[in-house]
Design a binder for this molecule. Structure first.
Ligand code: NAD
Length: 499
C-alpha cells in the first residue's frame, strides 16, 4: 500500500492531514506525509474541565458496564488491525510484524481489562473490635493524562486507557509529536466503540496533539490526578517532580539500559537468538532493548563471533517488506546520536563491529544503519547511558557476583535477564540479592513482555507499573471502611473516652 492508501484505510481525511503546523515524517523515506493541527495550549483548561465532567458521570457507571466499552474497543481494534498496523509501520518505521504485534498488544490489554472489570475487589479484614467488620473498596480517581513516546505510539495509550476506563477514569492522551497519526487513527477506532456503546459521557476519551507545552498543561493541572508519562528519563525528571509537587499521582515509564548475563552453562543457540531479537528488533528502539551483554569470559569470544556472523545476515531495509528485520531509526537526529555514541565508546577503548550508515538497497531519505556490537574493556560512562538505537555493548565477567554488580551498576532499572542452565545461578539472579530491575527473566531476552504481568522498572526508569497483574490499583484510590453493626462504640487499641 502507498502512504496515501494507508492513511485512507485508517479513515484520516484530507482536512485532518493538511493545513496544520505539525509536520509528520515517515521514517521509511523521510517524506512529509501530513501537516496536522495542533491543540492550542490555551484550550487545555476547557479540555480538562470536560474530562472532569465526564468523570462525574463515568464513576457511577458499574465497572462491568464500563468493561463493555473496552470490549467493544477490542472488537473494533480486531477489525482495524491490518490498517492500524500498517500505519504504525508508516509513522514509526516498525517492520510489518511488529506494527501488527503492537495492535495485537492493544487487543490483548482490552481482553485483560474486560475481565478486570468484574474483578475490581478489595480485602475484608478481621477487626479487633466486636461486631465490627473492616473492608477496603477501590474507587475511581478522576481524569488520567497519558503522555506517550514515539516508539510504542499506540500500545502505551491502550495499556493505560483500557485500565483507566474500567477503573472509572476518563483519559486525555497526548501522543508523541512524532506520531500523531497513529493516535488520530486510534481515536477513530475508539469513537466507533463509543458509538456502539451508546451512552458514554462526552469527553470520556480525548486526544490532544502537540509537543511538551501541551503535555505540560496535563502535568500542571490539579484536575488531572493521574499522570502517566512514558518517555526519556530527561522528560520524567521534569514531569515527575511537577506532578508530585501538586500532589498528583505520577506513573513514570522511562528509559532502560537492559542487560543479559550469559553464564558458562547457557544454551548458546538460544542465547544468540534472544540477543539478536532483543538487541536489534525495532532497530534498538524499545525501552526494553538489550543494550549490555555481560558474558562469562569462557563464552565471550564465541558469542561475539556468532553474533557478528548473525548480525551480518540480518536484512536491513524497507520495514514494509516481509523479509526485513531491521527498519529505519525514527529520524536522522537519532542516527547522528548513535554514531556519536559509537565514537565515544571507541575513545573509551571499545572495539566496534558494524554501526555504519546503510544507503544501498534501502529507501532513500530514511535513517538506516547496521546494528553495532561494541566490545568494551569495562562498563564506562557511555555504556551507562541509554542510546535509543541498536548498540550492544559486550563486557566479560568471571564470577556471578561480578556480573550482577555490572548489571546493577547503571542508573536505569527496567529489564534484565540471565541465560544459564544452573539453577543456583538462576535463582540467585531472581533473588533479593540479584537483579535490581522491574523485569528479570531466565532464558528469555529482556524485551517483548506479555501484557499479563505488571510492566515497569526501578531507579531512573521511574518506578511506575502498567498493564497486567494489579497495576490497575495505580488508577484507583483505596478506601478502608470499618462498619460497626453492634450497639456499643468500642475504640481501637483499647482507648477509653467515657463521659
Ligand atoms: P521523549 O521523552 O522525547 O518524549 C516522550 C513524550 O514526552 C512525548 O510525548 C513528548 O512530547 C513528551 N514530553 C517531553 N518533554 C515534556 C515535558 N517537559 N512536559 C510534558 N511532556 C513532555 O521520549 P521519546 O524519544 O518519544 O521516546 C523514547 C524514550 O522513551 C526512551 O528513553 C525509552 O526508553 C522510553 N520509553 C520507555 C518505556 C517504558 O515503558 N519504560 C516505553 C517506551 C519508551
Amino acid at each position: 500500500m502507498t502512504h496515501a492508501e494507508i492513511l485512507k484505510a485508517n479513515g484520516l481525511s484530507q482536512a485532518e492531514l493538511t493545513g496544520g503546523t505539525l509536520a509528520v515524517r515517515s521514517p521509511i523515506d523521510g517524506e512529509v506525509v501530513a501537516h496536522v493541527h495542533e491543540t492550542d495550549a490555551g484550550d487545555m483548561p476547557a479540555i480538562i474541565a470536560k474530562s472532569q465532567e465526564a468523570f462525574r458521570a463515568w464513576r457511577t457507571v458499574p465497572a462491568p458496564r464500563r468493561g463493555e466499552l473496552v470490549r467493544l474497543l477490542g472488537e473494533e481494534l480486531r477489525a482495524s488491525k491490518e490498517a492500524l498496523g500498517a500505519l504504525v509501520t508508516l509513522e514509526a518505521g516498525k517492520i510489518t510484524s511488529e506494527g501488527l504485534g503492537e495492535v495485537q498488544e492493544m487487543i490483548d490489554i482490552c481482553d485483560f481489562a474486560v475481565g478486570l472489570s468484574r474483578q475490581i475487589y478489595g480485602l475484608t479484614i478481621a477487626s479487633e473490635r466486636p461486631s465490627h467488620r473492616m473492608m477496603e473498596t477501590w474507587h475511581p480517581m478522576g481524569p488520567c493524562g497519558i503522555i506517550s513516546a514515539f516508539n510504542f505510539p499506540v500500545a502505551v495509550w491502550s495499556w493505560n486507557a483500557a485500565l483507566a476506563l474500567v477503573c472509572g477514569d476518563p483519559v486525555i492522551w497526548k501522543p508523541s509529536e512524532k506520531t500523531p497519526l497513529t493516535a488520530m487513527a486510534s481515536m477513530k477506532i475508539m469513537e466507533r466503540a463509543l458509538a456502539r456503546f451508546g451512552d458514554a459521557p462526552e469527553g470520556l476519551v480525548q486526544l490532544v496533539i502537540g509537543g511538551p507545552a501541551v503535555g505540560e498543561a496535563l502535568v500542571a493541572s490539579k484536575d488531572v490526578p493521574i499522570l502517566s508519562a512514558t518517555g526519556s528519563t530527561r522528560m520524567g525528571s521534569i514531569v515527575g517532580p511537577k506532578v508530585a509537587a501538586r500532589w498528583g499521582r505520577p506513573i513514570l515509564e522511562l528509559g532502560g539500559n537492559n542487560a543479559m548475563i550469559v553464564a558458562p552453562s547457557a544454551d548458546l543457540d538460544m542465547a544468540v537468538r534472544a540477543i539478536a531479537f532483543s538487541a536489534v528488533g525495532t532497530a534498538g528502539q524499545r525501552c526494553t532493548t538489550l543494550r549490555r551483554l555481560i558474558a562469562h569470559n569462557s563464552v565471550r569470544a564465541e558469542l561475539v563471533e556468532r553474533l557478528t556472523k548473525a548480525y551480518a545476515s540480518l536484512p536491513i531495509g524497507d520495514p514494509r517488506r516481509a523479509t526485513t528485520l531491521i527498519g529505519p531509526l525514527v529520524d536522522h537526529a537519532s542516527r547522528d546520536r548513535m554514531l556519536a555514541q559509537i565514537e565515544k565508546a571507541r575513545a573509551e577503548g571499545g572495539t566496534v563491529h558494524g554501526g555504519q550508515t546503510v544507503t544501498d538497497g534501502v529507501p532513500q531519505g530514511g535513517a538506516y544503519i547496521s546494528p553495532a556490537l561494541i566490545e568494551m574493556p569495562q562498563q564506562t560512562d557511555t555504556v551507562r547511558e541509554e542510546t535509543f538505537a541498536p548498540i550492544l555493548y559486550v563486557m566479560g565477567y568471571d564470577t556471578l557476583d561480578e556480573a550482577l554488580a555490572i548489571q546493577n551498576d547503571v542508573p536505569q532499572g527496567l529489564s534484565s535477564c540471565i541465560f544459564t542452565l544452573n539453577m543456583r545461578e538462576a535463582e540467585t539472579f531472581l533473588s533479593a540479592a540479584g537483579s535490581d530491575c522491574g523485569i528479570a527473566n531466565v532464558n528469555i531476552g529482556p524485551s517483548g513482555a506479555e501484557i499479563g504481568g505488571a510492566f515497569g522498572g526501578e531507579k531512573e526508569t521511574g518506578g511506575g507499573r502498567e498493564s497486567g497483574s494489579d497495576a490497575w490499583k495505580g488508577y484507583m484510590r483505596r478506601q478502608t471502611n470499618t462498619i460497626n453493626y453492634g450497639a456499643t462504640l468500642p475504640l481501637a487499641q483499647g482507648v477509653k473516652f467515657d463521659f
